[in-house]
Design a protein around this ligand. Sequence first.
Ligand SMILES: Cc1cc2nc3c(=O)[nH]c(=O)nc-3n(C[C@H](O)[C@H](O)[C@H](O)COP(=O)(O)OP(=O)(O)OC[C@H]3O[C@@H](n4cnc5c(N)ncnc54)[C@H](O)[C@@H]3O)c2cc1C
Ligand SMILES: *[C@@H]1O[C@H](CO)[C@@H](O)[C@H](O)[C@H]1NC(C)=O
Ligand SMILES: *[C@@H]1O[C@H](CO)[C@@H](O)[C@H](O)[C@H]1NC(C)=O
Ligand SMILES: *[C@@H]1O[C@H](CO)[C@@H](O)[C@H](O)[C@H]1NC(C)=O
Ligand SMILES: *[C@@H]1O[C@H](CO)[C@@H](O)[C@H](O)[C@H]1NC(C)=O
Ligand SMILES: *[C@@H]1O[C@H](CO)[C@@H](O)[C@H](O)[C@H]1NC(C)=O
Ligand SMILES: *[C@@H]1O[C@H](CO)[C@@H](O)[C@H](O)[C@H]1NC(C)=O
Ligand SMILES: *[C@@H]1O[C@H](CO)[C@@H](O)[C@H](O)[C@H]1NC(C)=O
Length: 648
Amino acid sequence: MDIVPDRNTPLPQLIVKWAYTGIRLALSPGATIGYFAFFELLILLLRPDIVDKDNRVRIVPAEELAGQYDFVIIGAGAAGAVLANRLTENTNWTVLLLEAGGDERLITAIPALSYSFVNTDMDWQFKTEPSTNYCRGMVNNQCQWTAGKGLGGTTGINTFLYIRGNRRDYDNWRDLGNSGWGYDDVLPYFKKAENMSIPELRESPYHGTSGPLTVEYLKYEHPMTEYFLNATLEMGYSQLDINGKTQIGFHRPQTTIRNGLRCSTARAYLRPVTGRKNLHISTNSLVSKILIGETSKTAYGVEFVRENMRYTVRARKEVILSAGALLSPQLMMLSGIGPKENLEEVGVKVIHDSPGVGQNLQDHVGVGGLAFLLDPPYNTPSTLTQITDFLVKKEGQLYDIPDVDLLGFVNSRCANSSIDFPDLQLYLGSTALNTNSETVKRAFGLSDNFYATLYKNIIDKDAYGVVPSLIHPKSRGYIKLRDNNSSHLPMINANYFEHPDDLETLVDGVSFAFNLSQTPTMKKLNPRLNPNLIPECAYLNFPSRDYWRCYTRFFSWTFYHFTSTCKMGPADDKMAVVDSGLRVHGVNRLRIVDASVMPNVPSGNTNAPTIMIAEKAADLIKQDWNSIISGGCKISNVRASEIISPEL
Ligand SMILES: Cc1cc2nc3c(=O)[nH]c(=O)nc-3n(C[C@H](O)[C@H](O)[C@H](O)COP(=O)(O)OP(=O)(O)OC[C@H]3O[C@@H](n4cnc5c(N)ncnc54)[C@H](O)[C@@H]3O)c2cc1C
Ligand SMILES: *[C@@H]1O[C@H](CO)[C@@H](O)[C@H](O)[C@H]1NC(C)=O
Ligand SMILES: *[C@@H]1O[C@H](CO)[C@@H](O)[C@H](O)[C@H]1NC(C)=O
Ligand SMILES: *[C@@H]1O[C@H](CO)[C@@H](O)[C@H](O)[C@H]1NC(C)=O
Ligand SMILES: *[C@@H]1O[C@H](CO)[C@@H](O)[C@H](O)[C@H]1NC(C)=O
Ligand SMILES: *[C@@H]1O[C@H](CO)[C@@H](O)[C@H](O)[C@H]1NC(C)=O
Ligand SMILES: *[C@@H]1O[C@H](CO)[C@@H](O)[C@H](O)[C@H]1NC(C)=O
Ligand SMILES: *[C@@H]1O[C@H](CO)[C@@H](O)[C@H](O)[C@H]1NC(C)=O
């Protein structure tokens, strides 16, 4: 590389060039953490808009925490950040927001890097129990399940897609006995959250334009997007707003991005209100237990650990659990609410027997790794050019999400084609998994051997990817405590493909991918499916449905849409954990507000629905407590230094 300064190169470009050379010299391949640190240094120097110094969330020092708040919220993710904002709109209420991770890192703002944060300290790094039915291409047959740790939670590291699902998802929730959760009830809350910034959708009755969450198209549109669009039109699918009236068809990705950069819930909902005196935000604070009176069955506070000190803090009104669909059930169980047998097995005292906690686990699973080689109609700029364009000119390919350049919904043979309720979601991307091999292997937990078998002779060749996703899974998994230690992750059983229809639907997704490659538009690119077969499946005819069933059991791809482990439902449903006001059945002053309360996973990505749930929950909480206040309950001021009790 040329590092001789050229008199005509402006200083910012020079800084980038020198530093990049430094990175290349200093790092062996795959040393992502070091790469991040260098990249962040450059952002610090060149991109004050990302640094956003004046608006960053203020973390309250441990010694300034009070002993009591009106509300204590556990988890600052998609839901928790929304609640902290909305509840502190009432200046009479004090709120403590506790988050196990730290502030958002600068590097997470960049769309193209979204998968790079998997398996770092921004990820809880779950692994499912080994299985012979799925994730067989992964190390030790374990699926790697990611969930974000830090302000914004999973919205701080996710893939940005803004998708609400189908109106029937919510009508079904309502019909299961949850009044107030039908589509017409929840649409106003989707809109309340949203600032739709795609010009042609701003006037749509399905979108809002004054909410905190910005929704845009990607700032960089990859040339492949136009090919995918034309090809899907040739297949007979329309181009439509998939968050609008109907869902079948394709659309450019609508993303939770502002001016090209990540718009997590921390950025949308926390940064603007960090100056509020009635909001305390405490990071690196791992809640180990919700404190619940044994006889009163009333939640009155939480216990948490920050910098090796153990604290207890009281909630005058409510404890709100927003730790996500994998950790909310864990914390419930650690606190004595869950299936009696599991709790007794691991030595947790049962306060309330609630058999549904941790059950009904749902996710979207897909066929991973499909790669179609092609003769590219574009030139990919070098990494150095991409970085320079990003840092200096604020443009270029780092503003793309390479796995998702077009997105849509279609019916498989299992769907009811007389209604608009598609059962397959398709992600079409300008890259496939044969590139960026170290990151890809790490992100999906693929074994070296499996990766090499699939991609050995096509590493880094131009290819596009198609990933079909099963959006109405019939199989259900579960989460159990391994032991009573809050710093151990729970045991997860994904149970993918237990129901045979699930594989059938997905194989139609592969059929869609073939059909796409045969359209006149795609044929211009000479697409060729990756010729490498999985040896354990090679005895089956290629490309038969049997082969693809077998393939999918090896390359079972999670979309990380874990939901429904503390499902909402009426009291007469024994497996329901919360009621339609999201109050925990059988325990007072405890609510759950996050993806775990969804009765069933919606037909799309789960971030927007979780934000909607939190927006609605904030109104439910306000209604409940305002009616009590008008009955004469007085609010006293918090005293700073009350009962905080360091124990370690
Ligand atoms: C890699 C990836 C990509 C994704 N891409 C998309 C996408 O493109 N579009 C989309 O819609 N969805 C996407 N999702 C899913 C989506 O982001 C989640 O469904 C959503 O964020 C869930 O929100 P939540 O509030 O339930 O949980 P989270 O956002 O995960 O928030 C939970 C928070 O609680 C904290 N916490 C947990 N336990 C404790 C404890 N004991 N003490 C203190 N804090 C605790 C966690 O650290 C976390 O910050 C993706 C997920 C992943 C992992
Ligand atoms: C806050 O408390 C004051 C005094 O009790 C009351 O007048 C006011 O209405 C309350 N504000 C809200 C938003 O509830
Ligand atoms: C919504 O986004 C637009 C840009 O699309 C911006 O001008 C406006 O200020 C935003 N509105 C809010 C309420 O943030
Ligand atoms: C897509 O279709 C449009 C309209 O027919 C056409 O102008 C354009 O060239 C096509 N693009 C590609 C890449 O096929
Ligand atoms: C945790 O479990 C262990 C072993 O089962 C038991 O000895 C211990 O008392 C339990 N601790 C708590 C806090 O319940
Ligand atoms: C398909 O949906 C229609 C309309 O709701 C319904 O009448 C019909 O029974 C459904 N068909 C199947 C096979 O479920
Ligand atoms: C809980 O687990 C952590 C990490 O494995 C360990 O350091 C700690 O001692 C355990 N705590 C108890 C009470 O066993
Ligand atoms: C793909 O095309 C074939 C032949 O036209 C058709 O039978 C099949 O249903 C198509 N698959 C999908 C998922 O659309």
